[in-house]
Design a protein around this ligand. Structure first.
Ligand SMILES: Nc1ncnc2c1ncn2[C@@H]1O[C@H](COP(=O)(O)OP(=O)(O)OP(=O)(O)O)[C@@H](O)[C@H]1O
Length: 242
């Protein structure tokens, strides 16, 4: 069953058409990667799903419900969470308190929120850093905190905007493991990512955008071997996988 269905969405900013007539769906329990060159329209598409702004045309359905034009807090309440490309923690609060703030957004029960915050610390391997102000974390740990904050609200659908940007190769491997674990725990994921190794390691399905238009949509191997995708995105030096 589809958890998320994007139905012919278009977004115009004045004279710029950032997304044009885009349709795809994400099955429950799957990971869909949204890829494409800089300026392709990936973040615009995310912003519409996350309720930052509505599409100019088209509809978005979540769990069978029309959510077009709903606000981020309304979407959060029905199980949609998001991580940002530029991570913005509450810099002066400790790692633990950042997770408390996130947990309390869902449950007003302090004990329950503390339990959830501890569970998220352990899940993202941040226990040893829990008393440190979030502003002092490395990029890798900040990205982990960002994921922990998003999943503390127990989402059914998690939108991840470039979770691996700026990570070292071993941190990328760690992030891949974390994403698999989140999916195993029952969360469906849509991820924007530029690191192709990570995209291939996590995704069940890939959608490729270029200049606001969807140029491919399908199984990762088939998409990566598609001539249009290779030309548009991967470059002539890319070697097909078989
Ligand atoms: N708020 C806005 N107002 C005007 N134009 C915008 C706005 N947001 C995005 N655009 C334009 O829409 C197009 C798509 O941008 P978008 O940020 O969605 O691409 P992207 O694929 O996420 O790129 P990147 O990989 O660099 O983050 C670009 O031409 C961008 O300049």
């Amino acid at each position: 069953m589809s958890l998320l269905k994007i139905d012919r969405i278009t977004k115009r900013f004045g004279g710029v058409t950032a997304n044009e007539n885009i349709s795809f769906h994400v099955k429950e329990g799957q990971i869909l990667a949204l890829i494409g060159p800089n300026g392709a329209g990936k973040t615009t598409c995310f912003n519409m799903i996350a309720g930052v702004f509505p599409p100019s045309e088209g509809k978005i359905y979540y769990d069978g419900q029309d959510i077009t034009g709903k606000k981020p807090h309304e979407l959060n309440a029905i199980g949609i969470a998001r991580t940002f490309q530029i991570v913005k923690p509450l810099a002066k609060l400790t790692v633990f308190d950042n997770l408390m703030v996130a947990s309390l957004a869902k449950s007003k029960n302090i004990k329950e929120a503390q339990e959830k915050a501890k569970e998220m610390l352990s899940f993202t391997h941040l226990e040893s850093l829990q008393h440190i102000p979030a502003g002092q974390l490395s990029i890798g740990n900040l990205k982990r905190l960002e994921v922990a904050r998003a999943i503390a609200t127990r989402p059914k659908l998690l939108l991840m905007d470039e979770p691996m940007g700026g990570l070292t190769p071993s941190e990328v491997d760690e992030a891949i493991r974390l994403i698999h674990q989140i999916r195993t725990n029952g969360t469906t994921i849509v991820i924007i990512e530029h690191i192709m190794k990570a995209v291939m390691a996590v995704s069940d399905h890939i959608v490729v955008l270029q200049n606001g238009v969807m140029i491919a949509n399908g199984d990762p191997k088939a998409v990566m071997n598609d001539e249009t995708v290779i030309k548009a995105y991967l470059g002539d030096g890319y070697v097909k996988s078989h």
